[in-house]
Design a protein around this ligand. Sequence first.
Ligand SMILES: Cc1cc2nc3c(=O)[nH]c(=O)nc-3n(C[C@H](O)[C@H](O)[C@H](O)COP(=O)(O)O)c2cc1C
Length: 216
Amino acid sequence: MDFKKVLNNRHSVRDFKDTPVKIDLIKEIVQEAQKAPSWVNSQPWKVYAATGKTLENIKQAYLDKDSQKGYPDFPVMHREDWSKAAQTNMKQWRHEIVHHFDDFDQAHEKMSFASSHLYSAPAMLFITIPKNSSKWSIFDAGAFSQTLMLSAQDKGLDTIPNYTSVRFPDVVRKFTDIPDDETLVVGIAIGYAQDSIINTYRSKRVPVDDILKIKD
Ligand SMILES: Cc1cc2nc3c(=O)[nH]c(=O)nc-3n(C[C@H](O)[C@H](O)[C@H](O)COP(=O)(O)O)c2cc1C
């Protein structure tokens, strides 16, 4: 696929078909993601792919804990502690996604269902870095994740990077082989988008001049 098309087509999908993703395809996508740059080529990332019965077990355990507050390996900062600009962007996103639906209740119900059911994804890729990591490794894991999502898009697959699937790290560890000395960074749900309203929303970006400061 043309690069611009891949870039523009990638968006977060919150409702997947149950069509499985072929293991060979996951392998190819992860191999392409390995092209991402990293600090002194440290390649700190690892990927734990959960599909089939393993993902079913994780989904059920998450549903059982759904009302509990999450305790991810990376702490979540209180919204009011973010920068003013970030808070504005987050508020804008929330406002827009809710108003994308016919009514507030429908929006709330659809978003909660999607999150509680881990987007009904047929596969979840859990990205880790060593517990004893430099902050630079978080940067590297981000670059790796975006490369992975673009590679997936190139192959006609949809994704969503998500906090939702890593909010109960003990559950993920129980059903996967993630050792205790690795930090669970993010989950990337991967599969084929369902034809549903929740997937038709497209997030916006601030004008480039708000974030690009050129001095010559
Ligand atoms: C680290 C990270 C965690 C995220 N966690 C969630 C999540 O838990 N739930 C969700 O609906 N979206 C989540 N997202 C998706 C963002 O909301 C989305 O990337 C953003 O709104 C931009 O939209 P786009 O991905 O469609 O371009 C997450 C994104 C990132 C990068």
